[in-house]
Design a protein around this ligand. Structure first.
Ligand code: GLN
Length: 547
């Protein structure tokens, strides 16, 4: 059976719980253990798939087709363990399961209550895959005391109580605010947060204290005393320049040691941290810099494209350069000439997105990149826009567009080069969809295979002709345009195995012009940069040399 580490937060949100969990996972791996990380989110949405990227940041998609919280992206990037559907659950999903069981009559006439029915459902979820790993790390979203979070806190309390002694520990993250006027770090909010946690029956074993200043010894002792935690288990967590410093930084202040001590594992296996030393070395000592413009629609909130930002950093690691990614709102190019903006960059990336707003601007960015021989990377919507641009400007179909925009507008204006996909194959299974379907969980989601054309640039980059990448889209490039588009120079160099769905387009002879229907950014890791991002950044470096 796995040992469990429950990770909670207090005082304020956005403390970096996800990052601390991911870094701890990486440190346990470095000591030879297997891990799985899990996120329990208190909100009532069944999953984040329907939430606005402005509100909740990116939706992270797993191989098995779940739309999950972006923290799962951190988990994968730090541990390399592919997340599954069962690694992300919300209150909404838990309640939905309980209510489905109630309707089916599974509870045999009982009155359904938070305790035990909801908490049992939570505990069952937590224990999925129990026998597979040494450590299961479960992060609870939100902060202690949130109304929606209570069943989760109660669930993890019961879970620890029901397991043999020493099999579960609780790690709590708090903030030590700094008062500049008196030059002091204040511990009171942490004390209150732990008090809140203890009032619901959970005594933390490890306290991680986020702080902008080093914590003096006497403050550590005070926190330990007032929060009933051992002084060695009060872990200071200072701000870092790069998130990839987190494993080494947490190791240096004894986080993994404190966790293993709390389990009574002694002597603890020694860690091998070379993987992280190499990553940090590459991040800190780049040999140059490239500037990449990301022309998208959710540019006000950087978390909306979290995985893309990280994958570009990984591409930089692969080439030992610093990637300076700058976010440009594509709507600007609907009013203004893109050239003066885009001329300043070594490469252009157009990421995914939903809805028509800003898409004409994306097409103008794609056109600029195509005509000026600037490296272009179109991801999902960014690929669709590159195809529409080529159909309009190379094939001369002026009204080429996406059915997505007509559906949104409620009128037919475009010739649909990109159309609504109603039926496709997942393995041997046919999946069917209608326009009127629910919005949640109905896209083409998760890992699908693609077959690459031998000798194409994409096959060269991957070093193989068979790939699997993650998808999240409702619309698709229409394969009937293939022949005509190939004649004008846009090659369909990757297709679904049945040959019906275009997965990749490229322009031979262009320094780097690639559109992909999937999301390669989701599988990139700092210690294993995704080949497409590594090669895109390489092309940007070349471009930088030309200018
Ligand atoms: N909106 C487009 C579609 O549904 C693209 C989606 C995306 O970029 N993830 O097909």
């Amino acid at each position: 059976m796995a040992r469990y580490i429950f990770i909670t937060g207090g005082v304020v949100s956005s403390l970096g719980k996800g990052l601390a969990s991911a870094a701890l996972g990486a440190l346990l791996q470095a000591r030879g253990y297997t891990v799985r990380l899990r996120k329990l989110d208190p909100y009532l949405n069944v999953d984040p798939g329907t939430m606005s990227p402005f509100e909740h940041g990116e939706v992270f998609v797993t191989d098995d087709g779940a739309e999950t919280d972006l923290d799962l992206g951190h988990y994968e990037r730090f541990t390399g363990v592919a997340a599954r559907k069962t690694d992300s659950v919300s209150s909404g999903r838990i309640y939905q399961n309980v209510l489905d069981k109630e309707r089916r009559g599974d509870y045999l006439g009982k009155t359904i209550q938070v305790i035990p029915h909801v908490t049992n459902e939570i505990k069952e979820w937590i224990a999925i895959g129990d026998m597979e790993v040494d450590f299961m790390l479960c992060e609870i979203g939100g902060t202690v005391g949130d109304i929606e979070g209570l069943p989760f806190f109660e669930g993890i309390r019961q879970f620890g109580q029901e397991r043999p002694r020493g099999q579960c520990i609780y790690m709590h993250l708090t903030l030590l605010p700094y008062l500049a006027a008196s030059g002091e770090l204040k511990t009171k909010p942490t004390q209150h947060s732990v008090k809140e946690l203890r009032s619901i029956g959970i005594a933390p074993d490890v306290l991680v204290c986020r702080t902008e200043h080093p914590i003096p010894e006497k403050e550590i002792a005070k926190i330990a005393l007032f929060c009933n935690v051992r002084p060695e288990a009060v872990i200071p967590a200072m701000d870092l320049k790069s998130i990839y410093e987190a494993p080494l930084a947490y190791h240096a202040v004894g986080l993994d040691q404190a966790v293993l001590d709390a389990f009574g594992i002694s002597p603890a296996p020694r860690p091998d941290l070379r993987r992280w030393e190499a990553v940090v070395d590459a991040v800190h000592n780049p040999d140059g810099e490239v500037r990449i413009a990301i022309v998208g629609k959710y540019t006000q909130l950087e978390d909306a494209y979290k995985s893309i930002a990280e994958a570009l950093t990984h591409g930089g690691i692969a080439n030992r350069v610093k990637v300076r990614a700058e976010w440009l709102d594509s709507e600007i190019f609907e009013r203004e000439d893109p050239a003066p903006y885009l001329e300043n960059y070594d490469a252009i990336l157009v990421p995914g997105g939903f809805g028509e707003r800003g898409t004409e601007g994306m097409m103008r960015a794609a056109q600029f990149a195509r005509e000026r021989n600037v490296p272009y990377f179109g991801i999902c919507l960014g690929m669709q826009m590159a195809v529409i641009e080529a159909t309009r400007n190379l094939m001369g179909v002026k009204h080429a567009g996406s059915e997505e925009f007509d559906h949104e507008a409620g009128q037919k204006r475009f010739e649909p080069v990109v159309y609504h996909l109603k039926e496709w194959l997942e393995g041997n299974r046919t999946i069917k969809r209608e326009i009127a379907d629910d919005k949640g969980g109905t896209m083409r989601l998760g890992a699908y295979n693609a077959v690459l054309t031998e000798g194409s640039q994409i096959a060269q980059i991957y070093g193989t002709c068979a790939i699997s990448e993650r998808h999240r889209h409702r619309y698709e490039v229409d394969v009937t345009y293939r022949e005509k588009l190939e004649k004008v120079g846009l090659k369909f160099s990757g297709m679904s195995p049945d040959g019906r769905l275009p997965e990749i387009v490229e322009i031979p002879g262009h320094p780097w012009f690639m559109g992909v229907q999937f999301h390669p950014e989701l599988k990139s890791k700092p210690f294993e940069p995704h080949p497409l991002f590594a090669d895109f950044v390489r092309a940007a470096v070349e471009q930088g040399r030309l200018v």
